[in-house]
Design a binder for this molecule. Structure first.
Ligand code: SF4
Length: 556
């Protein structure tokens, strides 16, 4: 079998390709972005018959994947942890309907919040939805378990989750992969169940039947998890260590290959109760090491603990309850010698992230701040994207950043409370993701708020992926959502247009109703990349949009 040097994300994507997927679906989000990008690059390089298009948001991505599965082709859907909140509705329902061809959801958590607004542990969704889940501890396991997940999805007729974490997603290792050319649209050894459209229609009679079915297969899922090679029990000394996913590496690093302690490494859920019981019966002192929340530890101790046994972990303070694990933290909890080879570099000053030099958002913020200042104390709702960095000096123009699309709904709420001026900033991609729906309500009630859509023609924060809508189609969309043409404007955020932009924004802030201003100028990185191909008068991003002719502030 050939060996490839792969990121954890890439190993998972390669496995999906080798499993014969018909499509990959995703919305960009760190640390999951590279999963889709790897499949897309493979498709472009080899001409493989795999559909790979970014979706408008994670809910849409999940539904597209589910549709592909119903139609008889294997489908991969990947997203970051908070993306699963957006996709939770179809995700939960798909546990009830089941799937036809294999459907694998890879969800990438971000312990330590390197690039996220929360640390939530997606394993809770496994238990919530009663679905099988893998949690690979290495790049090789990411490859092997994603392959297995597709087969298992078809065997039990359910979607299968794969939970990864940043450190695994974004580090490389040699991975043994199947021979290339394995991919196939319908492997001959797979016989798919006939479509069962009654199962897919969740009206109450079907839902009750399907829920009983889901409950009925739980015993099988538990049995399969208990006998899976992904979960490994080794009984030795009276101290037991339970480690899940990537945490098993930290334990191995701290204790060596043949520790005197008993160990249970878990990479598959539902948690293998039979193996956990064996370990607990054998040991007096159990340390639970898991990346993320104290998910297993909480279940192990229950409300009252285990009489006569000590269970330690994040809940007891043996390990920190927040942030990312490190080899030293784990070694400390296990009473082993510290393992760090390198000392932390201490002579570098902290460098908080900031907008790139020349970023169009900086010019937009300057104009917004100056425009709002004479009108009153502005409430400035913002959103998820590079422009959230407008929270920092010198701008301080971001007063909220909660979840995708929240800026518009929150601004609407604030305007209903009588606040004025209320200004929200949102990127065009975030707007297409989740900002359109709240804007319909704001337009219908002509809410007293000013929305500035920062159209940089790309998904900048995650590495400049294609955006769903920008330029002229974005304006057409806004008109269609009910924004009044006399209060819909385009500006070009450039220093030389600062005075006219500021005047226009101030006029619209003073208007006691809904205004939408589209600040249209491409992200400098996309512009640089596309400079050889972009035509005169375009938005500069080289994207597929029909650009608005920028140059003067104008009413479209
Ligand atoms: S990546 Fe683009 S949009 Fe993001 S801060 Fe840099 S220039 Fe601005």
């Amino acid at each position: 079998m050939p060996t490839k040097l792969l990121l954890g994300d890439e190993a998972a994507a390669q496995a999906a390709i080798d499993a014969g997927i018909g499509g990959a679906f995703s919305y960009p989000g760190t640390p999951a972005t590279e999963i889709f990008e790897y499949v897309d690059a493979h498709r472009a390089r080899t001409g493989a018959a795999i559909s790979a298009l970014w979706s408008a948001n994670e809910k849409v991505a999940y539904e597209e994947a589910l549709g592909m599965s119903y139609a008889g082709r294997r489908a991969l859907v990947s997203m970051k942890h908070v993306g699963l909140n957006v996709a939770a509705d179809p995700f939960m329902s798909s546990a009830m309907t089941g799937v036809r061809a294999g459907l694998v959801l890879i969800v990438a958590d971000d312990p330590g919040m390197h690039s996220s607004q929360s640390e939530q542990d997606s394993r809770h969704y496994q238990e919530f939805a009663l679905l099988p889940m893998f949690e690979p501890g290495s790049q090789q396991a990411a490859y092997d378990l994603v392959l297995e997940a597709f087969d298992y999805s078809e065997a039990v007729g359910l979607p299968v989750m794969v939970r990864m974490v940043t450190r695994l997603c974004h580090s490389r290792a040699a991975v043994l992969v199947r021979d290339s050319g394995f991919e196939r649209p319908a492997p001959p050894d797979r016989v798919l169940a006939a479509p069962s459209t009654d199962d897919w229609v969740l009206v109450p009679t079907n839902s009750r039947r399907r829920y009983r079915h889901l409950l009925g297969v739980q015993e099988q899922l538990l049995r399969d998890s208990g006998s899976s090679r992904a979960n490994r029990l080794r009984l030795a000394g009276r101290r037991g260590i339970i480690a899940t996913g990537i945490a098993a590496n930290y334990v191995a690093e701290a204790l060596g290959e043949q520790p005197e302690h008993s160990t249970l490494f878990i990479q598959r859920y539902p948690a293998p109760v039979s193996l956990v019981r064996e370990l607990v019966d054998h040991c007096d002192d159990i340390v639970v090491v898991e990346e993320g929340a104290p998910f297993l530890e909480r279940r192990l101790g229950g409300l009252l603990g285990i009489p006569g046994k000590s269970v330690r972990g994040k809940l007891t303070g043996a390990l920190p309850i927040d942030g990312e694990l490190t080899p030293d933290l784990v070694a400390n909890a296990l009473g082993a010698a510290h393992v760090s080879a390198a000392q932390p570099v201490s002579d570098l000053a902290d460098r908080p992230p900031q907008l790139c030099k020349g970023c169009p958002h900086a010019d937009s913020f300057r104009a917004i701040i100056e425009a709002a200042a004479p009108v009153g104390e502005a409430l400035m709702m913002s959103d998820i994207g590079c422009y959230a960095l407008g929270v920092a000096p010198p701008f301080r123009a971001v007063h909220s950043c909660v979840d995708m699309g929240a800026s518009i709904a929150m601004a609407h709420g604030a305007s209903q409370a009588g606040a004025h001026p209320v200004i929200c900033t949102i990127g065009e991609s975030t707007f297409a993701h989740s900002g359109m729906t709240p804007l319909i309500g704001a337009a219908k009630s002509d809410a007293n708020m000013t929305v500035v859509i920062l159209d940089n023609a790309t998904v900048g924060m995650t590495g400049a992926q294609d955006t769903m809508v920008c330029g002229e189609p974005l304006l057409a969309l806004l008109r269609g959502l009910g924004v009044r043409p006399e209060h819909l404007h385009v500006i070009e955020p450039l220093p030389r247009r600062h005075a006219e932009n500021t005047a226009l924004i101030r006029r619209e802030i003073e208007h006691r109703g809904l205004s939408v201003i589209v600040a249209q100028r491409a992200c400098i990185h996309v512009k640089r990349r596309a400079k050889d191909t972009v035509q005169e008068g375009s938005c500069g991003a080289g994207c597929a949009c029909t650009p608005v002719t920028v140059g003067v502030a104008r009413t479209p």
